[in-house]
Write a protein that binds this ligand. Structure first.
Ligand code: NDP
Length: 305
């Protein structure tokens, strides 16, 4: 069997198109432009790239982007004061504080200072509770993107056996809640799970969110199952040669061993080009959703959980 490749890059483009079309209607019919504020503290190079990309895509979909770049030694009080200002700003519908924060800042305290209605990352404790109790919430972007791709591929997920490998607060746990919300029978596996291969072999849907390169081999996968690979791991790729400084070139791989899994699975997301592009697309979708909710307007169809 050769798996269908779930093209996250193309899917993300359709999500952005839907967001842009809805934003255009909001402007025309209601005179409202959704706005996303992104706060970056310090100069972590990876975070800078993410923030630039988020700002660019926000503007491309017709929304307003507000970037707040703060010094690495910004005090907690100053950061909280900025969040308070953004919470009160009616032009800002979504607030994202880029993680990780410098060590001297308490991430939980900062995230929980964001107005839950503007918490487009879905990390605020109120949103975690709302999602856990099956109520309307802001949903973390990466699992939301996975859910959208699964719904698109399967139609109904009802009754399917799903195994989520990984129990982090940003991916594993919310992913499991979303699958439960769609009536899957959900198992959450982690580093203490006994006989992980057997657990994974039961699954119609496998979501790998571990952070260990190519950990899941094809012989763990039930024939025909869907594999959603959240992992983003950079490994040495000596076959690509060396850089000018003599270091070995690298490549990105997921948590699933792509070739062997694709030979058995019914469908699989590649890395790169699978879950990754969906994360920012879902951030844009969440900003639009937050804007619609704030204004008592109809929410965009197919862009929420
Ligand atoms: P965390 O490190 O927070 O969590 C990893 C989880 O994997 C933990 O629950 C851990 O278990 C579990 N785990 C570790 N080793 C094993 C093992 N041998 N067997 C079974 N489970 C194991 O990672 P994140 O959830 O933040 O991220 C996971 C991956 O997804 C990373 O590669 C990350 O880069 C990627 N990612 C991708 C995103 C995207 O946009 N595509 C967004 C966010 C993350 P335990 O709890 O027992 O320690």
């Amino acid at each position: 069997m050769s798996a269908t490749i779930i093209d996250g890059k193309a899917f993300a483009a359709t999500v952005r198109e839907k967001v842009a079309a809805h934003v255009a209607r909001l402007k025309d019919e209601n005179g409202i432009t959704p706005g996303l504020a992104v706060v970056l503290v310090g100069e972590d190079p990876a975070s800078q790239v993410y923030v630039r990309s988020k700002g660019k895509q926000t503007v491309e979909t017709g929304m307003n982007s507000y970037e707040h770049k703060l010094e690495a030694d910004t005090s907690e009080a100053d950061l909280l004061a900025l969040i308070d200002k953004l919470n009160k700003d009616p032009a800002v519908h979504g607030i994202l504080v880029q993680l990780p924060l410098p060590k001297h800042l308490d991430e939980d305290l900062v995230i929980n200072a964001i107005d839950p209605a503007k918490d487009v990352d879905g990390f605020h404790i109120s949103n975690v509770g709302l999602l856990g109790t099956g109520q309307k919430s802001m949903v973390p972007c990466t699992p939301l993107g996975c859910l959208m791709m699964l719904r698109d591929h399967h139609g109904s997920l009802s009754g399917l056996d799903a195994v989520v490998i990984g129990r982090s607060n940003i991916v594993g746990k919310p992913m499991a809640q979303l699958l439960l919300g769609d009536s899957c029978t959900v198992t959450i596996a982690h580093s203490r799970t006994k006989d992980l291969p057997e657990v994974v072999r039961r699954a119609d849907i496998v979501v790998a969110a571990v952070g260990r390169p190519e950990m899941v081999p094809g012989d763990w996968i039930k024939p025909g199952a869907t594999v959603i690979d959240v992992g983003i791991n950079r490994i040495d790729a000596p076959e690509k040669g060396t850089r000018e400084d003599g270091s070995v070139k690298t490549r990105l791989v997921g948590d699933a061993h792509y070739e062997s899994c694709a030979a058995v699975a019914g469908a699989i997301t590649p890395v790169p080009g699978g879950v990754g592009p969906m994360t920012i697309a879902c951030l844009l979708a969440n900003t639009l959703t937050a804007c619609c909710r704030a204004n008592g307007l109809e929410e965009p169809e197919g862009l929420t959980a």
